[in-house]
Design a protein around this ligand. Structure first.
Ligand code: MN
Ligand code: MN
Length: 456
């Protein structure tokens, strides 16, 4: 057999390093790390995206004003999700290229009555958000991010504990010396949900009852003017306090809290900003609540997004049904990268690998593809075709072995609108851990993939 024929017959995914310059990759990732350090919650990610959009000439969407080619608009849904749109030179009715990512990540939310004192220490009780391995959240610095609405309606945004100089927060774990009972338990039950209590203070005030709890409340009152009752109307999350940082002698990877799924949002947003006058209308949706099933008014199942697309059509004189039928969507969410240390959980022949570019996932789901939207052969061909044409490194990959579990994405919500949708995203390691890991080359490949998709 000739070399030529052999190369033609065998399929080999490209390396993300063969399709981009190291300098471009590194430059792009400097911006990404900045975004990550400022976007520890969906509210913060949305605020970042809104400010960046305004800098790039986007205006708030007005459902009473007509839109024309080249117009750039944004719509913020309750400060927790955002839609960015650039109107194309072709009629809106011919469809849009839509990228949907989510900007919420697994974390520990404070309960509505969080504060108590026990054993000489004050704690916040938590209720975890999204799929976490609870044992990973102990014995590490945490920061608090959120919003308090006081009884007079005043809104206070809190971001406390990030950076080495600020006081952080902490969940204790039992010392191994006396942890026989704990260590004998299965991993999933060794740390309980009710056990994830955050240490928030230890210095007593001059009171006989609850001296430490009162001291913490006094400190909160001094700093923010809030009382224990105000915590009931608050939305505060504990997240890892560490900022994004490079990993390895070669600095080839980035560890950060919340790659899933801000790692797809940021590159897509940058790609959209590059496109001054696309042929087709190009849209980015950064949704909330994906990690708990996309429910709620800010989740992808909310009519907010359908209504926005409908409004875009109305002010452009486009038929909404035709628009949906002609549109195509990347459900841009992370995939699981093959982890050789846990190789048994993967089908190595159908896994995504670090540094091989974005992962195109035809179907997600669990067991017999349950909960998957399963993209058509036509759509897989269309998307991989444009990635090839634009020189983007891509690969395919499933979550893991068929019987090992699985996952869902917002693709099912998009499909409800009769919009063709496929999952494409960055493969990551340690998904849903407090400090996830991704390759810089793959992050840059996501940016190139979104750019390519917007030319579709
Ligand atoms: Mn995700
Ligand atoms: Mn996730």
């Amino acid at each position: 057999m000739t070399e030529e024929l052999k190369n033609k017959l065998i399929y080999k995914p490209k390396s993300a390093y063969d399709t981009a310059k190291a300098e471009d990759i590194n430059d792009f990732c400097i911006g990404y790390k900045k975004f990550m350090d400022l976007s520890k919650t969906e509210r913060e990610a949305v605020a970042f995206a809104k400010a960046a959009a305004e800098e790039n000439g986007f205006k708030p969407f007005d459902r009473n004003a007509p839109l024309k080619a080249g117009d750039k608009v944004y719509y913020v849904n309750r400060e927790k999700s955002i839609v960015l749109a650039v109107i194309g030179s072709k009629p809106v009715e011919t469809g849009a290229n839509i990228v949907v990512a989510h900007v919420d990540s697994p974390r520990l939310d404070l309960k509505q009555r969080p504060l108590y004192e026990d054993g000489g220490i004050a704690y916040f009780k938590t209720h975890y958000y999204g799929g976490i391995k609870k044992y990973q959240w102990t014995a590490m610095p945490l920061s608090l991010h959120g919003t308090v609405i006081k009884s007079n309606g005043e809104k206070i945004n809190i971001a406390l504990g990030d950076g080495a100089d600020e006081a952080a927060f902490y969940i204790s774990d039992l010392m191994p010396h006396i942890a026989k009972d704990q260590i004998d338990k299965p991993l999933g039950t060794a740390i309980s949900g009710e056990g994830l209590n955050i240490i928030v203070g230890s210095v007593p005030c001059d009171e006989d009852s609850n001296p430490i709890k009162l001291a913490v409340l006094n400190a909160l009152y001094d700093k923010y003017g809030i009382t224990e009752k105000d915590l009931i109307t608050a939305e505060i999350s504990a997240v890892p306090a560490d900022n994004a940082r490079d990993i390895g002698f070669d600095r080839g990877m980035i560890a950060a809290y919340g790659h899933d799924d801000r790692i797809c949002a940021y590159p897509s947003m940058c790609a959209l900003f590059d496109d001054e006058m696309p042929e087709r209308t190009c849209i980015c949706i950064f949704a909330d609540k994906e990690e708990i099933g996309s429910y709620g008014v800010t989740g992808m199942s909310s009519a907010a997004y359908k209504n926005f697309l409908n409004d875009i059509c109305a002010v452009s004189g486009a038929n909404f049904s035709a628009f949906c039928e002609n549109s195509v969507c990347l459900s841009a969410d992370v995939g699981g990268a093959y982890d050789a240390c846990y190789g048994d959980a993967y089908d190595a022949k159908n896994s995504a690998y670090v540094n091989k570019g974005v992962v195109v996932t035809k179907y997600t789901g669990a067991r017999g593809k349950s909960g998957s939207s399963d993209a058509s052969a036509e759509l897989v061909a269309k998307i991989t075709g444009v990635l090839d044409r634009e020189g983007v490194a891509w690969q395919t990959g499933e979550y893991g072995k068929v019987d090992q579990g699985g996952a869902g994405t917002v693709a099912t919500e998009i499909a409800l609108l009769n919009i063709d949708v496929i999952d494409v995203g960055v493969p990551i390691l340690s998904m849903h851990s407090p400090y996830e890991l991704a390759s810089k080359a793959d992050i840059y490949a996501m940016y190139k993939a979104a750019k390519a998709f917007f030319t579709l």
